[in-house]
Write a new protein. Sequence first.
Length: 351
Amino acid sequence: MNKIYRVIDANVNRASEGLRVLEDIFRLFYNNDKFVKAVKEIRHSIRKACSDLKFLKSRDISTDSGKSSFTNTEKSRKCVEDIYLANSKRVEESLRVLEEFFKIVNESKSFLFKELRFKIYRIEEELFSVKHKFQNILKCSKTTLYTIVDSRFCIKERLDTCVEILKGGAKILQLREKVLSDREKIKIGKAISKLCRDFGAIFIVNDRVDIALYCEADGVHLGQDDIPVELAKDILGINKIYGLSTHTFKQVKEAATLSIDYIGFGPIFPTKSKENPDPVVGTESLKKVKKEYKNLPVCAIGGINFSNIESVLEATPEMVCVMSGITMRENIKKEVENYRRVINDTVNLCK
């Protein structure tokens, strides 16, 4: 029995330490009283259930073969989000071990640890609900349509354009506005944010983290000259989508070291949507990026339309961005459906 108690003692400590890290993140980084209270209650429940001193007496650090074993991922963290995820998984795994070994020691308490494990799952699910939603959208299709609304390239009123885009089944919509006042951006952004929630779509704001915050957007897409991603996360929080524009292999390489959800890579073809566009990268460069950075979701962007989209799809980007090819058309809903059909965007089938 002593070895079983030793396993229990080690995992009580591991779970408690991980929970303390989560508690401090919620308390000192995100000021989230709800999650602070939930994590603290879980930690106290574990300690109370394992208060028997015989577990402590079974501890033997001198013969613990794993005390000096570390993986490379344990030695570094990129950001607070990485710290959270690492410790959340640590707690979940420890609770699973406690659940299994208490089936031998005290079966009724085994159910307690299962219940506590699912509480951690629910906290993580709620904390990363937007990220999970985005990831599920990408998982549903080999390539997903990414739409942008910019009033300079709309023949209809902005909200009407957004409604038709969403009715066409698009699940990712970005607001890019360069000429409106901040007050107007917030007003239209709030309206689009509500629309996207009603349609189950992701709403991204281009460039402006402050506008994204006030509009309760799902994320922000940043350019190379915008504020750093980590600073954006300090403002918006971790349960948001962060995209970054890239135009060269060097920028893609740098982006791969950041904790972001996707990159925009382009312009793939010549585009008129920007006053001073970056040099065209072409489809071969897109293929190279996809080959070298398999774990970094890529949105191909720039001058993509029905005449050239097939060559883009050959590179298998996770997303393909179309703007004027949709927003400058009379029947926007139909155009969205046509593009989705071409790229086999079946997100509506995945609930």
